[in-house]
Design a protein around this ligand. Sequence first.
Ligand code: PLP
Length: 378
Amino acid sequence: MKQRLLTPGPTPVPEETLLELAKPVVFHRTAEFRATLAEVLGDLQRIFYTNNPIIPLTSSGTGALEAALANSVPAGGKVICLIAGRFGERWKNIAKAFSVESINVTVPYGQAVQPEQLATALAEHPDATAVCSTLSETSTGVGHDIAAFGKLIAATPALHIVDSISGLGAMECRTDEWNIDINCTGSQKALMMPPGLAFLSVSAKAWGVIDKNPNPRTFYFDLKKARKSLEGSDTPYTPAHTLIRAMRVSLKRILAEGIESVWARQHRYAAGARAGFQALGLELFATQPNTSLTVVKMPAKIDSTTLLGKLEKQYGLKLANGQDTLKGKIIRLAHMGYIDQFDILAAIAGVELVLLEMGHPIEPGAGLAAAQRVFAKK
Ligand SMILES: *Cc1c(COP(=O)(O)O)cnc(C)c1O
């Protein structure tokens, strides 16, 4: 059976990138690899929309979140965490692990943190070193107004640290214009790569804070050491250089299309997926949905665990369940990275088939027709 990976991480990898991964392993301290690394980081600057340096890390995306916090916030410091789901909660948990006080601005699952809530928190906590936000809250499908957050934070001494792991490369994200001081992402969501690499951009304001922090509580993720090595297009420790060599290929694909065109295409994909599911009577879970993935609620009597099991076993369609308290209640369809409109149509067709099989009254083809009408519009 043909398998379709439609989870919000990992996502499918293009064939030409997979072929690159099949090549022999070479030594990494060479002029050739340094040139490849420099090229990849330059290409990433275009995708991040930044002129700031980008630091590569050998880790999953969470490594970049940890590096951002550990380097910039001293023990006993304070951060404001904007929490709209499991990944916002991760910020709070990282702060706890580093003995950093977290001021939590929390909204119920499915909702987005509003800029006014951040304004209040900033006014109440002028001593916060940073605000930690999430571009795409992958657990609920919510998208945040990072530009509005950035505007508020830029007027304060606090840093704006963003988890853009499932957003960057799919959703509009203008690191410099939006005043993002540390923008953290991972390889396996919208960047068309397997897991294993993380990247973060660091602004001049952030370097000022990092340089003044006498005690970065990390050895492996020391950003000052990484900055020093990057002067020679190098890394302090062995990089996952075969992944970086492959990433060069995926980034060329993204930049050949143009990042602004990718953002626009993602809008069409999200509009098609939403229309398709809504035509089946499935409600959107996010009140302020993003364009990387679409999350919908299950009708009463339909358990998403059963539906997703059937989709995978019978049709090779792998979508994601809800996490934690949302398990069984929602389904999450990713449409970022190397996924096209036919993958989305396949997912909608599969959901229609399984709903029919489970005795749920829908009109076969109704979801497909609604999605196709969106895709047919240019
Ligand atoms: C996937 C994801 C993460 C986790 O990244 P790992 O690569 O598993 O460490 C963090 N934040 C968001 C928003 C994500 O989508």
